[in-house]
Ligand binder design. Sequence first.
Ligand code: SAH
Length: 213
Amino acid sequence: MSFDADTKMQFLYALRSKGVTDTRVLTAMEQVDRAAFVRGIFADRAYEDMPLPIACGQTISQPSVVGLMTQALQVNPRDKVLEIGTGSGYQAAILSKLARRVYTIDRYRSLAEKARQIFADQQIANIITFTADGSHGLPDQAPFDRILLTAAAEDPPGPLLAQLRVGGIMVLPVGQSDAVQSLIRVTRLDTGYEYDELRAVRFVPLLEGLGQE
Ligand code: SAH
């Protein structure tokens, strides 16, 4: 199966039916072939709206969840975006079509390296990939216009709140890893932070330190 015109039409239809309606987000998702990020035995399920296993016991999120999170992040073309949880690299690739530059971090070196290779193969040049514990953010590159976490924290990590510029938006799942989590949007105002609860989600936990391969 390839990402041909018919497959794209069905893929976009499924996204719209789940509430992904922002045309810039839909266009970005049309430009990135998800199969390139799920090689191996699951590649032929790449265009179905389901999460799939990737290396290191992690998962590539469901396309509609990627779409809804990206939509909630309200990315502008000049934005500098930080993503915590590179995983397969798919979400970062979508963000790269909408933003000026994307910094993405994973605690597994092998995932970060594989994603970096796929970005090069796909000729995506505005993503910078790091291996680190992303809960500390990237103080040297801060502040960020947008921050997205694709692993669930119990609370928004303090260093990430601090690295969000005033007027910036952070989207993240919060809650215990074995329970239903809430996707929340944090907006940094002059006077503090505003929190909106968006929907129920399920993500792998945000863990401390580097992953043991
Ligand atoms: N965005 C990914 C899916 C992420 S799965 C995609 O599009 O495929 C969640 C990822 O978060 C996993 O790869 C996991 O290793 C990573 N992760 C968990 N805790 C982390 C931390 N503290 N810092 C960086 N990455 C972390």
